[in-house]
Design a protein around this ligand. Structure first.
Ligand code: ADP
Ligand code: MG
Length: 226
């Protein structure tokens, strides 16, 4: 298993009490497979991703990323694990307006301490993998919403992550483009053997995912394997 959440509980301060965002969640995501997470707004989907991304430390339970128990890690080690093993795609692409598509990806190498120029080949390879080989020199304002989201996905793959976490990438896109993003994520998951978790509002086409789990009020329902 490349990503394991075991009995994870997360609460937030809420007035005088605590709000339980994740209530004893357990989830295993094997390498090379895609798990879709559905559920109503406020049910804890983004919290689940935040815990898996080691951005938020749960109150209790275990998070294991690519064989590494995250509980024992200090802040620096956690940041390193995140940089080297985890790709995160947030809902908003947050691209830098002045950079070309290729440069958006190259910046990731710089943040990891690598040389920006040396990362150019990898950036172009990944843009090709998401169908944007011919857009490498374009800036965000010259690209469509769907193209920007593809850059967002390619950027998350720059450091060859074991775990790919994607939060509602299709909500800004129309239905057809949403399906295309799901297909792209599936192909990348297979090619790159990532353990992929996709939070989505778009319930169509989910039969293509390896598995769909459901969040309700902080609780996770995982269907029995058929
Ligand atoms: P979803 O992504 O399914 O919409 P979230 O994980 O964002 O759900 O939120 C789950 C619950 O936790 C909601 O009730 C939300 O209001 C609450 N919540 C989320 N983030 C915070 C936070 N940083 N502080 C306090 N409460 C939060
Ligand atoms: Mg959310």
């Amino acid at each position: 298993m490349t990503l394991t959440l075991a009995d994870v509980t997360l609460t937030y301060p809420d007035g005088d009490g605590r709000l339980t965002a994740l209530d004893r969640i357990s989830l295993d995501v094997p390498a090379g497979s895609l798990t879709a997470v559905v559920g109503p707004s406020g049910s804890g989907k983004s919290s689940l991703l935040a815990v898996a991304a080691t951005l938020v430390t749960p109150d209790s339970g275990r998070v294991v990323v690519a064989g590494t128990e995250t509980a024992g890690l200090g802040r620096k080690q956690q940041a390193r694990l995140r940089r080297e093993r985890i790709g995160i795609v947030f809902q908003q692409p947050n691209l830098l307006p002045s950079l070309t598509a290729a440069e958006q990806l190259q910046v990731m190498a710089h943040l990891s301490g690598g040389a920006v120029r040396a990362a150019r080949g990898r950036a172009l390879e990944l843009l090709d993998a998401v169908g944007l080989a011919d857009q490498a020199g374009r800036r965000p304002h010259q690209l469509s919403g769907g193209q920007r989201q593809r850059i967002n996905i390619a950027r998350a793959l720059m450091n060859d992550p074991a775990v790919l976490l994607v939060d509602e990438p299709t909500s800004a896109l129309d239905h057809e483009r949403g399906a295309a993003v799901l297909d792209l994520l599936l192909a990348l998951t297979r090619e790159r053997s990532t353990a992929t978790v996709l939070v989505t509002h778009d319930l169509a086409h989910l039969d293509r995912a390896d598995r769909t789990v459901r969040m309700d009020d902080g609780r996770l329902t995982v269907p029995e394997p058929v």
